[in-house]
Design a protein around this ligand. Structure first.
Ligand SMILES: Nc1ncnc2c1ncn2[C@@H]1O[C@H](COP(=O)(O)OP(=O)(O)OP(=O)(O)O)[C@@H](O)[C@H]1O
Ligand SMILES: [Mg+2]
Length: 278
């Protein structure tokens, strides 16, 4: 009975969110959280967006979004999310726990429970997009989290320009298949560095590995984001890069990717009637 009720509440909350995009990567440290946050903010320029940090053990999103110190309150409609730049609604375990410097040892089932709670008990309201930042890698943990997200549009795979990205993207495809998640496309992050002095691109980690992997594996290539030291500065300062440096090549890359995502969204099913309706 409780499980049934929980499913109904999940369907009701998630039914008000048109598109769910799951940001994932085959390995850690490729810039997944930075990409998730900046995509959410870029989408937020003309859509209603939520950003769910599903990385329960390493929640970086509140810092990048500048809502680390936001007081999370519980209202009639549930937990009120923090609000970041471009009115993006943000929820992360970092905000729901006291003493955020203490590492929390979570067991698998508890993590899943926490993620579900962030979907069900948060007052997301009506959203055009929910961007979900998964924990890194393709192990059991991100897998079981991804399984809990109902009717997602699909996975956005973040990778890097090296040749190993083929391996990474392959892992991500296997992951997405295992949870029956369609793949929206591949982003090549950290792709070249535009010299601020001469404007030429330096291929720090080589170039084109992510694009080649997408091509070889029959996936849509969403675009490449260059290395930009201001992405690090913005992430550390809680000022998302795309709002601080809108005219930089990397911000333009983000907006190009957003256009590519928007152009390939799945059709929105009609709102449910009856007990699931609002
Ligand atoms: N295009 C970029 N240019 C410069 N720095 C970047 C870029 N993308 C990400 N970074 C930096 O690289 C570091 C790692 O990024 P981030 O935390 O987003 O990666 P992640 O894949 O989410 O890592 P984890 O696997 O630990 O969750 C951060 O310091 C971030 O600011
Ligand atoms: Mg991360």
């Amino acid at each position: 009975m409780a499980a049934m009720q929980e499913r109904m509440r999940m369907a009701k909350r998630m039914g008000r969110i048109k598109h769910k995009l799951v940001v994932m990567s085959g390995k850690g440290g490729v810039g997944k959280s930075s990409v998730a946050a900046n995509l959410a903010v870029a989408l937020g320029a003309d859509s209603k967006v939520g950003l769910l940090d599903a990385d329960v053990t390493g929640p970086d999103i509140p810092k990048i979004m500048g809502v680390e110190d936001a007081h999370i309150i519980s209202g009639d409609q549930g937990i009120e999310p923090a609000v970041g730049p471009n009115r993006v609604k943000v929820i992360s375990m970092a905000q729901l726990l006291v003493g955020r410097d203490t590492p929390v040892i979570w067991r698998g089932p508890l993590k899943i429970k926490a993620i579900k709670q962030m979907m069900i008990d948060v007052n997301w309201g009506d959203l055009d997009f929910m961007v979900i930042d998964l924990p890194p890698g393709t192990s059991d943990e991100p897998l079981s989290i991804a399984q809990e997200i109902p009717d997602a549009d699909g996975a956005i795979i973040v990778t890097t320009p090296q040749e190993v990205s083929l391996l990474d993207v392959r892992k991500s495809i296997a992951f997405a298949q295992a949870v029956r998640l369609p793949i929206v496309g591949v982003i090549e992050n950290m792709s070249g560095l535009v010299c601020p002095h001469c404007g030429k691109t330096i291929d720090v980690f080589k170039r084109g590995g992510g694009e080649a992997a997408a091509k070889e594996l029959g996936l849509r290539f969403l675009g490449r984001i260059p290395l930009d030291p201001d992405i690090v500065v913005g992430g550390d300062a809680g000022k998302p890069f795309v709002v601080e440096h809108p005219n930089s090549p990397a911000a333009k890359a983000f907006y190009g990717i957003v256009n590519e995502i928007r152009a390939n969204l799945k059709p929105v099913p009609p709102r449910p009637e009856g007990p699931l309706a609002r």
